[in-house]
Ligand binder design. Structure first.
Ligand code: MN
Length: 158
């Protein structure tokens, strides 16, 4: 009986690893222990590895975020700004009133303070970025509405 239980646990672990395998393997090896984001500030499947919590010495927070295809943030802004370092895949970034931009591995995107925007994967490809929340002493993210499918698809021709 014990062997059967161990076997079943093995299958469960294998299954959960397969679910995570959509995440980039290299990123997952460098920054393991990602957890699925369960709050309402995102659409789709998003994984977070928190790398550095904000404190009064550095005033930054740093996390590696993986968006499965189709996943994206809600519209939001950052009181102290944010820098995105794309480490894998291809994704999308849009500031309110501007066209959707394609972003890809190696790109560095500066989101100015108090500028409404969203970021995420493309409909067909996962994207991982390291998100650096800067100047966290002046405040964090302010969250707005979800990015509608129409808004999300508006960059599709690119
Ligand atoms: Mn942002």
């Amino acid at each position: 009986m014990r062997k059967i239980i161990v076997l079943l646990i093995g299958i469960a672990v294998t299954t959960s690893c397969q679910t995570k395998s959509v995440r980039d393997k290299d990123t997952a090896e460098i920054f393991p222990n990602s957890t699925k984001v369960t709050n309402d500030n995102f659409t789709g499947d998003v994984w977070l590895t928190m790398l550095a919590e904000s404190d009064t010495t550095y005033n930054v927070n740093i996390g590696s975020v993986t968006f499965e295809p189709g996943a994206r943030t809600n519209w939001h802004s950052h009181k102290g700004g944010q820098i995105l370092l794309v480490t894998e895949g291809e994704g999308l970034y849009q500031e309110k009133g501007k066209p959707v931009e394609v972003i890809k591995k190696g790109d560095v995107i500066k989101c100015p303070p108090n500028t409404e925007h969203w970021h995420g994967a493309t409909p067909t490809e996962a994207m991982t970025h390291i998100a650096v929340g800067t100047n966290t002493n002046v405040g964090g993210a302010v969250w707005f509405k979800p990015v509608t499918d129409q808004e999300y698809r508006s960059g599709e021709s690119q």
